[in-house]
Design a protein around this ligand. Sequence first.
Ligand SMILES: *Cc1c(COP(=O)(O)O)cnc(C)c1O
Length: 369
Amino acid sequence: MNRESIATRRSGGLWRWRELLPVRRWEHVAYLGEGDIPLQRAPRFGASLGLSNLAVKRESLNPTGSFKARGMAVAVSRAAELGAKHLVAPSAGNAGGALASYAAAAGVRATVIMPSDSPAANQVEVLVTGADLLLLDGLISDCGRLARLIAEETGAFDLSTLKEPYRVEGKKTMGLEIAEQLDWRLPDAIVYPTGGGTGVVGMWKAFAELESMGLVGSERPRMFCVQAEGCAPIVRAFQEGSRFASSWQNASTAASGLRVPGAVGDFLILDAIRKSGGAAVAVPDADMLEMQRRMGSLGLGYVSLETAAAAAGLEALVESGLVRRDDSVALFDTGSGFKSEPPPSAAPQAIPNDETFWRERVLPGLGRG
Ligand SMILES: *Cc1c(COP(=O)(O)O)cnc(C)c1O
């Protein structure tokens, strides 16, 4: 693989980078059109933030409406290739929807566990694509405990963030694409709304792989993570100088993708931020809501609150001087606003956050395998 061969591959989405992906045989690829997403210049919006060189990576254009499609396309394809028949994962919303869609495409069973207040569109997406949906009266970390229990007791394969190696391989393609889209010069700064952080971890890996293939040099973008003030474990650990992030108590934000109290890959995220000379900042929900409207009115469409959070964080970074006005900046639009509506009143009943209940009432209903 080199610059020329990649340029000749006009279709295939993220699978244009197949040499760098774990799936071995084409027939195992569950392809819904993921990847190859525009990095759009946004001069008018950039000017409103005080930036002269802003581009927005429009991940909301992926199938399933968020960048989670990338991770699940690769992880589900590879799991199916390795013989998994039943996949399980906790999700704040978008990962579950993507898992359900790709599991259907790969012809394997999926069980998705979401907090009961996760967005309506994600719940409907899981049901419509034929996966099992368990709504839990708890946080994503509680959903993770139930996912582990289901994996242990039924033999299902656990696709939780960074508990298996392949979702991050799918997400790294965001970094590969940015390099190609900027003519093999990486931006000065990347701004990313961070929950579990696999986007950051994946791109950081991508840049190292590109350098080892001689496609980019040793310079790296400064990596900036934006979290919500109501759930900012990475920001706190960054400010305290800790290598690991302790779990955030009473996590609360309307941006469901950022409602992740403890990230499994905390040290990988923090390493990437620090090695790159970046930073982590938190924004209040009110700023996200205001920014969501501002982005819409400046021509960026209906973006998710997570995307708006990243933009609000970027504005704060410009004001504090951590991002310079003439830096080339790639801002991540991680997901569509259409998926952020509150849950419907007709949603399935939430199950209690109680392991005895899970063992007695949930597991028997799932069967084995
Ligand atoms: C999952 C999600 C995030 C957080 O991404 P991580 O890579 O898990 O940090 C941000 N925005 C949206 C729309 C998401 O669905």
